[in-house]
Design a protein around this ligand. Structure first.
Ligand SMILES: C[S@@+](CC[C@H](N)C(=O)[O-])C[C@H]1O[C@@H](n2cnc3c(N)ncnc32)[C@H](O)[C@@H]1O
Length: 289
């Protein structure tokens, strides 16, 4: 799908701003590492079982710029797929690049929604989420409603980062908590305590009557270019910090320099690039008939 595809089914809310507490997103920065960021979704997709209908209804929660949402149409060419996201910037990029009819007779559209309150408004064959539920502390509490909204034989599948103990995040949390930054950034570097352990996800989804598969993988990502870990987190973990510092360019610059120096110590470059290990947790829950 290209930007010259038929007009998107654009949401009434694409033009609205994000909710005040949400960080602003930068699709261009996020997509700079699209190859590494897409790989886990491809691995998740490969394990999702066949869906119960020929023209399935699919939701992608926290779809971002829509490039992984579009991969769903490659596998289910007749599917009616909706990507939901909170970020106006991400939704605009997704609509421009990917919305419209798909070659197999399905469609892709993108709508504004908060995952925290999203509920299936019709029966779904697949509800999927890639690298987004970590931003939604209440997400385990929504599992029952989401699975209830699946057709029998439908699937709920997600991937979330599990690297919040890694230096990239612990150094960010520690820096935000220094006297210089605490008044403006307290808590913004350590937002992930609400994530469950893989075994807890497995137990929750099993209790909801699903056949469940959960696993974890650590990707040893080889990043290139100067300060590549800083470049990576500018697209994700740093969003709340950059949003909080806003237009204060001096503060942004000071913060990035301090954080960059910490990252250089933790992730020294090697002869072929900088290794950035990244643990991710996967879950697939098929609603039994
Ligand atoms: C790391 S990006 C992942 C994007 C995409 N799923 C991918 O795999 O490339 C996280 C996305 O989740 C979205 N997001 C965060 N909190 C959200 C919420 N409460 N409701 C909807 N989307 C949310 C962000 O706007 C962002 O686009």
């Amino acid at each position: 799908m290209h930007s010259d595809a038929a007009p998107a089914v654009r949401s009434r809310t694409v033009t609205e701003g994000p909710t005040p507490s949400a960080p602003t997103w930068d699709p261009q920065q996020y997509l700079r590492h699209a190859g590494h960021r897409t790989r886990p979704f491809v691995d998740l997709l490969a394990r999702i079982p066949d869906l119960p209908t020929q023209a399935p209804r699919i939701a992608d929660l926290g779809c971002g710029p829509g490039n992984v949402t579009a991969l769903l149409a490659d596998r289910w060419s007749k599917a009616r797929i909706t990507g939901y996201d909170l970020s106006r910037e991400m939704l605009e990029r997704a609509a421009e690049e990917h919305a419209g009819p798909t070659p197999g007779g399905g469609s892709l559209d993108f709508r504004h929604a908060d995952i925290a309150s999203w509920l299936p408004e019709e029966p779904y064959d697949l509800i999927v989420s890639n690298a987004a539920l970590q931003w939604v502390p209440s997400h385990p509490g929504s599992f029952a409603a989401w699975i209830n909204g699946l057709r029998p034989g439908g699937t709920f599948a997600f991937q979330i980062p599990g690297n919040f103990q890694a230096p990239s995040h612990s150094l960010l949390a520690a820096l935000c908590d220094t006297p210089r930054w605490r008044p403006r950034l307290a808590g913004l570097g350590a937002r992930y305590i609400h994530l469950l352990e893989p075994g807890e996800y497995l137990a929750r989804l099993t209790e909801l009557g699903c056949a469940v598969e959960v696993w974890e993988t650590t990707y040893y990502q080889m990043l290139t270019g100067p300060d590549p870990v800083l470049d990576w987190v500018k697209g994700t973990a740093l969003r709340p910090v950059l949003t909080a510092l806003g237009e204060d360019q001096e503060a942004v610059s000071d913060f990035l320099l301090q954080y960059r120096d910490l990252l250089r110590g933790a992730y020294p470059p090697g002869p072929r690039g900088t290794v950035f290990p990244f643990r991710r947790v996967f879950a697939i829950a098929r609603k039994e008939n």
